[in-house]
Design a protein around this ligand. Structure first.
Ligand code: FES
Ligand code: FE2
Length: 409
């Protein structure tokens, strides 16, 4: 459990909050790159960390990400005209370039463009996502070296969903290896083939950029081998799902929109080969790792409003949940853990929650340290983000260090 005060501290990420400040020290995915169309498509709303922003693409391809409030009298720049070389506020016509410079004030008899700026944030387009750094310019870190941002376009598939709960509920679900063989039992797909194995042993180790959450099971195949699942947690809100060597890997990110809504980013990539037609079909259609969403709202098609498609007959017949699709099963439990912000002071944690406890401690310590003036080191370890998960059978005597090292790019 957490105290009610610590639960407030860890879940709230709006402007000026300690956790919000910590998030603002990292490069975060904020939208799909495909949401930001050509100039004539107009700007795109980007709502993250309690801030309202707009993204727009100039005719030269540059993307601007500005505070939605026009610096004049705060009209919303979402209504703005993208004129190809800048975004014009429709109220009194002030115009801003992608870097926030004001270039026109048509209604002013004596323009003072040089004394006004729109707040503009640095952006990067990588792996089909738009990334931004929303913190102070003087602490901007290098762009993290995620492996999926360095592979060819055909090797990677990215998606975004709107999830109706606080970001931490999703992150904790991603780190929670113990739920896999319970919640997802008899699920569609093949991720739970180890379901029959004995309960795992859990271990957590620190890394440069977060933690490794490890679950070790005795292998049903042989008493001389152990089955390792290692989920890297990368600060502040990212994980990589355990995956066997040689095939695709999947990244997850839980980026707060506000305290009760988050963007779930999922990226599947294959370092070795382009994603096959079948792998892409699973990403687009199967609600296993990615999920089908309404293209306008990004709400999952199967959602709380239709009880996540629960089929009580299927549940009675052997599916744990009766809910089709692993990702949908996760949404069903994460979106309401006694509300959109789970009251963690009421929990009773067990030994399976070790990685969750360690993650909370890391986040709370870093947020408190930053509030006291100590900058986090993790955002500056760009190479630490170049990291893979592990799902592998190994001889029982092997140490985790070698097993993890062998899996890395
Ligand atoms: S509010 Fe934007 S130009 Fe006046
Ligand atoms: Fe899950």
């Amino acid at each position: 459990m957490l105290s009610a005060a610590d639960n407030e501290l860890i879940t709230r990420t709006g402007p000026g909050t300690p956790m919000g400040e910590l998030f603002r020290r990292f490069w975060l995915p904020v939208a799909l790159a495909s949401e930001v169309g050509p100039a004539e498509a107009g700007p795109t709303r980007v709502n993250v960390l309690g801030d309202q922003l707009v993204a727009f693409r100039s005719t030269d391809g540059t993307i601007g990400l500005l505070d939605a409030a026009c610096p004049h009298r705060l009209a919303n720049l979402f209504w703005g005209r993208n004129e190809g070389d800048g975004l014009r506020c429709v109220y009194h016509g002030w115009k801003f370039t992608a870097d926030g410079a004001c270039t026109d004030q048509p209604a002013e008899p004596r323009p003072f463009c040089d004394r006004v700026r729109a707040r503009a944030y640095p952006v990067r387009e990588a792996a089909g996502l738009l990334w931004s750094y929303l913190g102070p310019p003087e602490t901007e870190p290098p762009f993290p070296r995620w492996e999926f941002t360095e592979v060819a376009a055909g090797h990677v598939y990215a998606s975004k969903r709107l999830q109706l709960c606080n970001w931490l509920q999703n992150l904790e679900g991603e780190l929670d290896s113990a739920h896999v063989q319970i919640l997802h039992a008899h699920a569609v797909g093949t991720l739970v083939s180890q379901a029959a194995a004995a309960p795992p042993r859990y271990q957590v180790e620190r890394t440069d950029v977060g933690l490794l959450a490890m679950a070790v099971r005795s292998s049903p195949a042989s008493e001389n081998t152990a089955y390792w699942r290692v989920t890297p947690y990368l600060m502040p809100c990212f994980t990589i799902i355990p995956a066997p060597p040689g095939g695709p890997l999947t990244f997850t990110g839980a980026v707060p929109v506000d305290d009760v809504t988050m963007l779930g980013f999922t990226v599947t990539w294959n370092p070795h080969a382009p994603l096959s037609e079948e792998q892409l079909r699973v990403c687009r259609e199967d609600d296993v790792l990615h999920v089908r969403v309404d293209p306008a709202t990004f709400l999952p098609v199967v959602n709380r409003g239709n009880d996540y498609g629960i089929d009580r007959a299927a549940q009675a017949a052997g599916s744990m949940t009766g809910i089709p699709g692993l990702r949908t099963q996760d949404l069903a439990v994460q979106e309401d853990q006694c509300g959109p912000i789970s009251p963690r002071e009421r929990e009773h944690l067990g030994s399976t929650d070790r990685a969750i406890v360690a993650t909370r401690r890391l986040l709370l310590d870093a947020a408190r340290a930053l509030a006291a003036g100590t900058e986090p080191t993790q955002p500056h370890r760009a190479d630490g983000y170049r990291c893979r998960s592990v799902a592998v059978e190994e001889p029982v005597e092997r140490e985790w260090t070698g097993i993890v090292a062998d899996a890395q790019p």
